[in-house]
Design a protein around this ligand. Structure first.
Ligand SMILES: Cc1cc2nc3c(=O)[nH]c(=O)nc-3n(C[C@H](O)[C@H](O)[C@H](O)COP(=O)(O)OP(=O)(O)OC[C@H]3O[C@@H](n4cnc5c(N)ncnc54)[C@H](O)[C@@H]3O)c2cc1C
Length: 332
């Protein structure tokens, strides 16, 4: 372990900017590095990304490793894996953090294999054990019904972290840090895949995964008309609309807004769960929410066990009255 020092964050870059998950991981990485009394480094991989090094430092990094190469314009597994392996072997961090995103889920286990270590995916809490100094990696298990804490005895300790589970630091442009340029050392012929086209999912309003407020309806909403009422409430609260699986299966709403084990995972500040029972498969997608408010006519519904606040009754009476009140309050 003594050969391994510091915390490293793999920073995802979206449309030329640090992704929200990167700033969240830097906030978490800063706390872990401080607890260890060691350095926090950021890794920026892409094409034309050098300018982001100072931004990563402003969000908490002591050092930024920049790998800037035209072959790294789009995420490509072989290329990013080879670069991350190179950086990790040079820097020897004891912890590597990535987002629980399409990229992080692809990269983390492969990197762990290359570095002959393990990776814990989908963590929602990370801490340093005060005695062993090992990383305690907390993640939901059994479909979100329980949480397990893992530690790894091999190094580096690699974890992916769920979006919005961590809080970014306030950006401080006066922070100073080192910028280290690393040669990608890529062989284009060794890259076995290439991105032919990127299709951006069209989303009206705020993306479900990014929303601070999510208003979700279940089977008890009864049809697509009911979801229009929920959507109105979501818009008033500057949030996004979600659904449990039956409304998606029934075609009342698009599949893209399904929350749960086989849908999206969200961790908003406020999750309003309306007319859904709170199955373990649904909770797997929303149990990381800071506050759950449940509306259900069945006082025994499982969702009330997870909720911070609950209203027992018919949503058709409760939601219109609540929406009117929100409008009144917003009107001042
Ligand atoms: C492998 C697998 C993966 C799955 N993945 C997912 C997933 O990703 N997401 C997901 O959601 N599900 C998933 N499911 C399905 C899951 O098991 C449940 O069937 C589903 O979550 C139930 O949805 P629901 O709570 O909307 O419906 P129900 O369980 O039928 O609950 C409806 C609720 O609405 C309440 N209600 C009815 N009318 C009213 C009213 N007028 N006012 C107030 N309350 C009312 C009822 O009291 C009831 O509690 C998965 C299942 C499997 C097997």
């Amino acid at each position: 372990m003594s050969d391994y020092k510091g915390v490293m964050v793999f920073c995802e870059i979206v449309e030329g900017k640090l992704a929200a998950i990167a700033t969240e991981l830097l906030g978490c990485g800063r706390r872990l590095a401080d607890d260890l009394g060691e350095e926090l480094s950021a890794v920026l991989i892409g094409s034309g990304v050098s300018g982001l090094a100072q931004e990563a430092i402003a969000f908490g990094a002591d050092k930024a490793y920049v790998v800037d190469n035209a072959l790294l314009k789009e995420y490509e597994t072989d290329a990013f894996l080879s670069v991350m392996e190179k950086v990790a072997k040079e820097a020897m961090p004891q912890i590597i953090l990535m987002g629980q995103t399409n990229v992080g889920r692809d990269l983390a286990p492969r990197l762990a294999f290359r570095l002959e270590t393990s990776a814990s995916l989908d963590c929602v809490e990370l801490a340093i054990d005060p005695d062993s100094k090992l990383l305690q990696q907390t993640k939901p298990v059994y479909g979100g019904n329980a949480r397990a804490i893992f530690t790894s005895e091999s190094f580096p300790q690699i974890a992916t972290v769920r979006a919005k589970a961590m809080t970014p630091l306030q950006k401080d442009d006066s922070r100073k840090g080192d910028v280290v340029t690393v040669e990608a050392g890529l062989d284009a012929s060794a890259m076995r895949t290439k991105v032919l086209e990127t299709v951006v999912e069209e989303v009206e309003g705020i993306k479900l995964e990014d929303a601070n407020v999510v208003v979700t309806g279940g089977r008890g909403i009864g049809g697509p008309e009911g979801f229009q009422e929920l959507e109105e409430l979501a818009k008033l609260l500057k949030g996004a609309l979600g659904a449990s699986r039956p409304p998606c299966d029934n075609g009342w709403v698009p599949d893209t807004i399904q929350v749960g084990l086989t849908g999206k995972i969200v961790s908003p500040d406020l999750y309003i769960a309306i007319a859904l029972s709170g199955s373990s498969q649904h909770l797997a997608g929303c149990s990381g929410s800071k506050n759950i408010v449940a509306v259900n006519r069945d006082p025994e519904a499982n969702i009330f066990k997870e909720a911070s606040y609950g209203v027992v009754g018919d949503w058709k009476k409760i939601i219109p009255a609540f929406t009117e009140k929100v409008k009144e309050l917003l009107a001042g």
